[in-house]
Design a protein around this ligand. Structure first.
Ligand SMILES: NC(=O)C1=CN([C@@H]2O[C@H](COP(=O)(O)OP(=O)(O)OC[C@H]3O[C@@H](n4cnc5c(N)ncnc54)[C@H](O)[C@@H]3O)[C@@H](O)[C@H]2O)[C@H](O)CC1
Ligand SMILES: [K+]
Length: 494
């Protein structure tokens, strides 16, 4: 296994194993790892805040705290005014205790945080409270310190993990630091790239501590998606070669979702797009986008001829869970065609669960609420461990599962997992999911297997969202993504 590939993500257990191997197999003492971590973090601090003259380092009881003490000593030796604040009296590890002793002997004052004193006025606060060892919500004294640091206005540099964030899941069980910059050590922890991490880690830099490549033996637990798009179209392409998406949805009064889904399928490059919906929506659909061939279907019988011509199904946007929607949903599930299930298509699956045949190309695109219904748990349970939730969805339903949200995840039934590094809060608005459904269906229609269509669709959708956000996240609507999407699909690079 080579050193951590730029996009490889590891669990905390895997990183600890790497740590142990560095110590036991390569004979690099833990104290040396700590010294290298402190040096790497201090170098980052100097790069990002070259004019910083005064820093305060808040040290917890473990080795994360040890990293902090050694950073404070380095800063002191470099002529900065540095002070360390001990969160508690005992330093649990001997390396951390040794680091604290070196800090004090080196002339750096180590003060006690008692839960009430005001924070010093400094240029940078360094968060060395907890790293990968966080195993419960920060206790009241630590929580008070975290809240104080978060509101003090000065930038925060977090060592390894923003304290209070679970480095495995991206969940914050309690108070958590909001860092401007996180310098993470040795290997990228998967929890820094999904869930609440985006609101707490700030910019992330990885310091591999100059460890040799021979150290990396595990397969990464997950990977960050890399920018990708479809290959250029052959010159003799014709619409028959790019598939025919049939989008099914639009219960009484809800034409918008299925229209957006159909638009995204068109913009995603499908050769033909048909929409099966309620009669009342036809005028609006045809007026909005004549290329969308809209058909009024009142039940499964009317759907049959459309199914016969389609090559991919997208089911769910605005489908509703009434008799009409349910009947069309059942018909779609009985078809062998590649399928993207979203919205009410997923809610119906939650009530009538089944496992798809492995051979069928199926992609589920739930947000955390739909995922909770599908898994029979709470949204908090899903968000507490997004990695476990998305893998459970893929395995339970025998489909490729996308768990949307900050740092969307894509999992296969065989456990392979990818994390989307793009996206922004402007995308948390209605219709964004309908776009993703249509885009994934278009990619399936152009020959992508489900696992690739899901990963490519999630990546392109989020990157299109980031391009659209250049005009402001506020007021962003789903249709703002259609033009950037087309640019990205045709290989345009931001
Ligand atoms: N392998 C690496 O990447 C390197 C790791 N280093 C640093 O070491 C920490 C991990 O150290 P560890 O002592 O295992 O855990 P923490 O420092 O995160 O300390 C947690 C410590 O405190 C206890 N604890 C956990 N949660 C709480 C809580 N909510 N309240 C109170 N106490 C808590 C827990 O029992 C631990 O003992 C890693 O992040 C790196 O910064 C090396 O120094 C560099 C290489
Ligand atoms: K930390």
């Amino acid at each position: 296994m080579t050193a951590p590939r730029r996009h490889a993500l590891y669990t905390v257990a895997q990183v600890r194993a790497l740590d142990r191997r560095a110590i036991d197999v390569l004979g690099i003492p833990a104290g040396e790892l700590m010294r290298r971590a402190a040096a790497a973090a201090f170098a980052s601090l100097r790069r990002h805040w070259p004019d910083a003259r005064r820093i305060a380092v808040y040290c917890g009881p473990g080795n994360n705290g040890g990293d902090g003490y050694l950073l404070a000593l380095l800063a002191h030796e470099a002529g900065l005014a540095a002070e360390a604040w001990a969160l508690s009296d005992e330093a649990v590890g001997e390396d951390a205790a040794r680091a604290r002793a070196a800090c004090e002997q080196g002339g750096v004052p180590v003060l006690r945080w008692d839960g009430t004193s005001s924070l010093p006025r400094v240029d940078v606060h360094v968060d060395a409270l907890y790293g990968t060892g966080l195993n419960r919500p920060p206790q009241p004294v630590a929580a008070a310190l975290i809240e104080r640091i978060n509101v003090c206005g000065a930038p925060v540099l977090s060592l390894d993990v923003p304290s209070g964030l679970n480095a495995d899941t991206g969940h914050c069980p309690g108070a958590a630091i909001c860092a401007r910059l996180t310098v993470s050590f040795i290997a990228a922890k998967r929890g820094l790239h999904t869930g609440q991490a985006a609101a707490h880690a700030g910019r992330i830099e990885l310091a591999t501590l100059d460890l040799p490549e021979s150290l990396w033996q595990e397969q990464p637990d997950a990977h960050l998606l890399e920018p990708a798009t479809l290959p250029p179209r052959p010159r003799d392409a014709h619409k028959g070669r790019n598939g025919h998406v049939l989008a099914i949805g639009g219960e009484h009064g809800t034409a918008g979702a299925i229209r957006l889904c159909g638009e995204a399928a068109l913009r995603g490059g499908a050769g033909l797009v048909s929409v099966a919906t309620r009669h009342e929506h036809l005028p609006a659909l045809n007026a909005a986008r004549p290329e969308l061939m809209a058909h009024a279907v009142d039940g499964p019988q009317a759907l049959e001829p459309l199914l016969a011509r389609a090559t991919v199904l997208a089911v769910g946007p605005g489908l509703g869970q009434g008799a009409w929607g349910h009947a069309l949903w059942l018909t779609a599930l009985e078809s062998p065609l590649p399928l993207v299930l979203d919205a009410d298509g997923l809610n119906l699956l939650a009530t009538e669960t089944r496992r798809f045949d492995d051979a069928r190309q199926v992609v589920l695109t739930p947000h955390p609420g739909e995922a909770a219904r599908l898994l029979g748990c709470s949204v908090d349970d899903v968000e507490r461990d997004r990695f476990a939730a998305v893998r459970a969805l893929a395995q339970r339903f025998g489909a490729v599962a996308v768990l949307k949200g900050t740092g969307s995840l894509v999992a296969d039934p065989d456990g392979r997992l990818d994390v989307c590094p793009w996206g922004n809060p402007g995308m948390a608005s209605g219709g964004m999911g309908d776009l993703l459904t249509g885009l994934v269906a278009a990619l399936l229609a152009q020959g992508c297997p489900a696992r690739d269509a899901a990963r490519l669709g999630v990546g392109l959708h989020a990157r299109a969202g980031d391009l659209a956000a250049r005009e402001g996240e506020r007021g962003m609507v789903a249709s703002d993504l259609l033009v950037p999407l087309r640019l990205l699909l045709n290989g345009w690079e931001a």
